[in-house]
Design a protein around this ligand. Sequence first.
Ligand code: PLP
Length: 271
Amino acid sequence: MSPSSTPPRALTIAGSDSGGGAGIQADLRTFNACRVHGTTAITAVTVQDTVRVSDFVEIPVGIVVGQIEAVIADIGVQAVKTGMLASAEIIRAVARTCDRWGIGRSGDVPLVVDPVAASMHGDSLLRSDALEALRSELIPRATLVTPNLDELRLLTGVRVRSSSDLGPAASALLRLGPAAALVKSGHLTNEPDCVDLYDDGEQRIELPSKRFETANTHGGGDTFAAAITAALASGKPLVDAVWFGKQLISEAVRDSYPLGAGYGPVAPSPR
Ligand code: PLP
């Protein structure tokens, strides 16, 4: 790429983490590491340090939609990711806006839905009425949905206790209607390796990586989904984008660092 050419563009629709580890901040860091220009539609602002999320406020729906439409109309977008969406009202508005702009499994622009429900501290990032909206309005439009095991249980009722439960879990997710599902097994700490499972109904692929002994994994889910989104924006096919994301997140966990009194962030390195 010559210095004056326009890079691919990705949009993240997500919340702000004042601690700089997760959310919008993680997405932009990852897009940048992947040489993709990141644009943002901020849905909520969290009051957050490395120990807890003590509060958050939602952005008015008209401003969320306004951000999406402004950047798409002027800058364009090759892939979209959603993270913390906070409320049913925001989820419904994002779903309608995706339809309007051809974003999602039946449009031209891939949509990665990271169904963020809670922080790793256990603090909720989603109002209680929003889970059903996520399940019925947004996930059926997704090119790829990327839950961790807690989010998977909330969405499908399936509880994963070992890697042998991942297949049925992926099938349960696909029944919600996304084009593909990626079940992340980072929380299966009793397993020696970290084997995630990709399933698009035609292919089921195991993605193994080494498990690093660290508690500094804040923003890991966001970083993984953002890396996949960046790869999609750069034109990679979905399965290649998932492998790219797996490699990036594995190295980012290896390179994570301590911060504050709680959990430090993962650190994506430039590609
Ligand atoms: N804060 C915001 C704004 C987020 O979007 C997320 C996750 O997506 C988190 C916090 C939680 O990240 P983690 O579970 O890695 O701590």
